[in-house]
Every structure is written in C-alpha cells, then in structure tokens.
Write a protein that binds this ligand. Sequence first.
Ligand SMILES: C[S@@+](CC[C@H](N)C(=O)[O-])C[C@H]1O[C@@H](n2cnc3c(N)ncnc32)[C@H](O)[C@@H]1O
Length: 225
Amino acid sequence: MTDAQDGAWSDLAPRYVIDAPRDAASTSIRPGSEIDPIAVWGRSAPLIAEIGSGQGHAIVHAATSAPDTDFLAIEVFKAGLARTMLDADRAGAVNLRLVEANAPEVLEHLLPAASLTELWVFFPDPWHKNKHTKRRLVTDAFATLAARALRGGGMLRLATDWEDYALQMREVLARSADFEPAFAGEWAERHDGRVLTAFERKGARAGRAIRDLAYRRVVSDPEAG
Ligand SMILES: C[S@@+](CC[C@H](N)C(=O)[O-])C[C@H]1O[C@@H](n2cnc3c(N)ncnc32)[C@H](O)[C@@H]1O
C-alpha cells in the first residue's frame, strides 16, 4: 500500500472496517461469526453488499446517493479498501462498512440469513483461461450462499464484460431454484446504480459487450418443509 493508504488504514479502519474473527487464512471468516447488522450500522435499514468492490467507486457512490440504505463492501484487496475508506470519508458516507475477506465466507458465516436486500457482483475476476475457469466466483455453490444471505424478494445483480462468464452466470442462476430472472430479454438492462469503473472501460475499449444480469430471490414457502 502507499503511505496514504497505510495512513487511511490506521485512521479510518476503526470506523469503517468490520473486525471479523478469522479461521486459518487471513481473509477467512471463522464459522459462527455472524454480525448483528443493527449493532454494526447503528440502525435497522435495507442492506446492500457488493462483492469485489475494488477501489470502491460503485459502493461509495451508492452509499452517498442512498443515505437511508446501509452498504457493505466485501474485498480481499487491502489497498482497494483503503482507497474506498478515503473516498467514503471525503464524501461523508456514514452508512458504509467494509470487510477484508473472502466473499463466499462472508455470505456463509458473517451475514445473518436473509439479511441482504441486494447483492452486487460487478466485473468479478474473469479467469478466462480454460484451465482457470474453475476459480470463478459465480458457481452453483455461490448461488446457494447468495440465496442464504438474501431475503425473499431481494436482488442479485451481476455484470461482466466476458461473454463466456456472462453465459456461465446465466446458466448457474437458471439452475438455481432460489432465483428467478428479473429481466425479460437475453440480458438485463444496465443497473442505473452501477457507475462506470476502469474494468468496464477496459472491456468496452477492447470491444467486449458489457452484460448485466438481475435475479430475484424467490420467497421461500413456509409450508414447504
Ligand atoms: C476485476 S475487479 C473488479 C472491481 C470492481 N467491481 C470494479 O468493477 O471496478 C475484481 C475484484 O474482486 C476482488 N475479489 C476477487 N476474489 C474475491 C473474493 N473471493 N472475495 C472478495 N473479493 C474478491 C478482487 O480483489 C478485485 O478487486
């Protein structure tokens, strides 16, 4: 990290970063470490999480545009989290918290079931070489964890500039009984809360189509065992 990012970490982390109990790895979450969102954000409000928030452009913009909603940035890239805190502090965002952790473990162990109103995954690492695609985030196992964290009627929003990953996302979510598409055509409209980031610009410059997807968490039937 740069000196400014180091400084941001020591000054701002106590206010912004959730100090999660770890398992073996430094970005893991120890099972049984569920937070109480009311205690963390100091109120009861809709909660939106972004996985892989990068430099924080989308989530800081969203947090400042929607003061009545709470936000959680989930990222493993510490310098990106430092940048996010600097921007959040400058913008006076008080409704944003960050966690430096592996996203699937956050969905499984840190967030209470049905605590999210929305979950965003914008431009996840594509792992586009054939031998690496199994490292992708959006898999059947991910859909199960996302469904756990989202409340019934909650939204899962995805975007990518890699066509084969967009197709993989669509196949995974079509297979999941926990989600239904919230778009009519082949792809969703661009989500208007999604700001243009360097990753989208790079994809567009390289001539790749930007694909948005949106799925609604199906409301579980309490009668069904
Ligand atoms: C391609 S970047 C996109 C960043 C941002 N969403 C944007 O559009 O600018 C993907 C981000 O996901 C983060 N990431 C990758 N795997 C992750 C994981 N398992 N848990 C949390 N963040 C992860 C990376 O550190 C990186 O910042």
